[in-house]
Each structure stands twice: as structure tokens, then as C-alpha cells.
Design a protein around this ligand. Sequence first.
Ligand code: NDP
Length: 410
Amino acid sequence: MRLSSHPGALLPAGRAKRVAILGATGSIGRAALDVIARHPGRFEVVALAANRDATQLAALARRFGARHVAIADTSCTDALARALAAESVRAELHAGPEALCELARLAEVDCVVAAVVGAAGIPSTLAAARAGKQILLANKETVVSAGLLLRDALEQGGGHLLPIDSEHNAVFQCLPSPYRHDPEVHGIERIVLTASGGPFRGGTRAALAAVTPDQACAHPNWRMGRKISVDSATLMNKGLEVIEAHWLFGLAPERIEVVVHPQSIVHSLVGYRDGSVLAQLGQPDMRTALAHALAWPERVEAGVGPLDLVRLGRLEFQSPDRELFPCLNLAYDTLAQGGTAPAVLNAANEVAVAAFLERRIGFLGIPEVVAGTLDRVASGEAMDLDSVLAADLRGRRAAETEVHRISDRA
Ligand code: NDP
């Protein structure tokens, strides 16, 4: 994958970096805007996009002076038009799923923050890659489902990536620059991704059977959107990140390890042939990764407090409980299988997490839906966007059947 260590990745000096934020109303989008607001003159917010939250989108467009706004759900277009008028914002309004691609391709945009949640982010992330943009990538589901397509789109369009996911941003910071996408060349033996273990670390199967959506979303260290919070609780988030790391850094699955680290201070590590292990540490606050990527290769203030190691006192590391949290192994399995299997895994997981949040299935139903879906849907080649989207759809349909089967049983 073309990472931003590529020499062509630097933007013209002396002018503000022009940014589009897709998923502006979410946890990552708002954290990115928080960092941007700290550096007037360094960044310019050109475009903002969301799915349905017209009110917040219009308020952000007014505050940051965006010239383009996009709303993916067309049933919210009128609401956005009214909200923009109420905020006296004269931005150009784009609507519909294609609207995010339009923003990603705008000639006046240098940098696209890909912060939509889920596979809904695939087309706009690919559009940014093909349009040669610098992509600040939070939307891991795109890499999981369409890793090969994203790699090809970056090659063809000249786009390049900076990882925002805290673990991958940490790995990026611990890699040599420029990174030649070949661990052997750089003497890299392994990557270790850290996982907090989520709110149910050390729990029992009986306790997991009874957890509520609010309990699953109450992450001990990070404040995040509801979908990724549930993924953290099931360890599917770490599974998705293993697949993401494979595509971003070119390591074989057996060289990507997962270690539970409850304090979320060591964000990830890179092990080298000579025995050196480099790690990136910091507070569990996404603004560090966002500031790093927004200002790269410079460093800017992020609003994140200093790390006091003495006060922390102790950092712990444990093996993940793969029996209690089977989603991690399911993700490794689909990575080994290749093709469209990770896209099916991701689609099934999105359906299962939504069903859990709607209280249609219990927490333990999530891995059951994903495993059942992978058994039902055969993997094919992920050669183009149509084949990936078709696999995604097959995964969603099979997962819905699994959800019905499980909820009928209850
Ligand atoms: P949130 O749920 O907080 O926000 C999601 C954003 O995506 C919102 O702006 C939402 O708009 C928009 N969106 C949702 N569906 C669509 C759609 N169909 N079309 C267009 N826009 C859509 O999610 P997070 O910010 O937590 O996560 C975003 C991504 O970043 C995910 O892929 C996640 O895995 C990744 N990530 C998040 C981290 C975090 O700390 N939150 C850490 C690392 C990675 P609206 O508000 O209108 O619904």
C-alpha cells in the first residue's frame, strides 16, 4: 500500500492544507476538527460529509467555513438545506451516496479524512485514492473488505495513505521512512498490535450472555462511536486491525501478533531482526494520531496531555482469550482464505453488531452470526468493486438469516 512516506506525498509548502472530512459528525470527524481548530492558518476545511445528522453538519460547516457539504441519506437533503439556511451557510450541497465520492475528488482538496463507519466508506475512499489524494484513513472496514482494490487505486491514481487507527498510526511511526512495503528489506520480524481487551476482559461466558448494548459501548479507555465500541468488546476490532495491518504494511498474518494491554498506553510495536522492539506510547486519545497525520511530517500540538509514566506505575500485557472472544480467530481465518472472505466477515459483523445494538440478539450472538455467515457464503475473487460489493451483499443477506435464526430460538 502506498503510505505517505512516498516522496510525492509532501504538499506544497507555504499554504494551508485543504481538507475534506467524510464522517465529520462522528467521533473521529469531530476529533479531527478539534485538532484543526487549534491551528488556524495551517489547515483549511473545504468539505464536510455525514450520513443523516443535518443539524450538526450545518453547524460544523458554519464554524469551519466549509464550501461543500454532503449528506449521504437523501431523505435528509431538505433538512440539511434548511439547517444550512438557518446557519446562513452558503456552501454547495451534495446529496446521495455518490456525494461523498464527489467531495473526495474535488480538485481543491489535498487531504481526505476517511472517517465514515463501515463498508459504506468503500466508494469514497477508493475515489480519493484514484484522485491522487492524501488519505487519512480511519475507515478500517474499507481496507478489510477491499484491500486489494484500495492498493490498486492508490497505485493508479497516485494517492497515498496515513493510518489514523491508533495501532496502525503507532506502527507507521515505528517503521523506517520511506517504508518500502517489504518487511524483509527493513529487517522487520513482526508487528505487535495492542488491544485493551474491551470492557469484558477477564469475564465469563455466562456474564457475556447478559451484557447490554450500553455496557458493551462503555469502553474503559477510549470514547468512540457505538459500532467500533462493540467491535472492541468482541475483539472483532482487533481482528479487523490484523487484516488492515496486513494490507498497510505487507506482513504475512503469522507475523502480526495481538497482545492485550489493558492500559492502552503502548499503541503498538514493531520487532526487528536484531532484537530491537520499537513502540509508540501516548494517552488513549485519537487526537494524537490525527495531529500526527494531519501535520505529517511535522509535529503539532493536539490538545493531549503529557504521559506521566511514574503516575501510571505499571503497564501490563496478556494473551487474548481467543475462546471467549472467537471473532479474533474468525478474522485471521478469513485473512488466510483471502479473496472476498474478509468482505463477508465485515458485512456479517456489521449486521450482527446492528442487531445487537437493536437488542435483536445477545452479545454472544455476534460471533455466532459471523461464523454462521462465513459457513454459508463461499469466498470468491475480489477482483473489482462489483465483486466486493456483491460479496458484501451476500454476507449481509446470510447474516440477516442468521440473526433471525438466533432471535427465533430465544
Ligand atoms: P461514528 O459512529 O462516531 O461516526 C460515523 C460517521 O460516519 C458519522 O459522521 C456518520 O454520519 C457517518 N456515516 C455513517 N454511515 C454513513 C453512510 N452510510 N454514508 C456516509 N456517512 C456515514 O464512528 P467513529 O468516528 O467511531 O468511527 C469512524 C471510523 O473510524 C470507523 O471505521 C472506525 O472503525 C474507525 N476508527 C474509529 C476510532 C474512534 O476512536 N472512534 C478509532 C480508530 C478507528 P451521521 O452522524 O450523520 O450518522
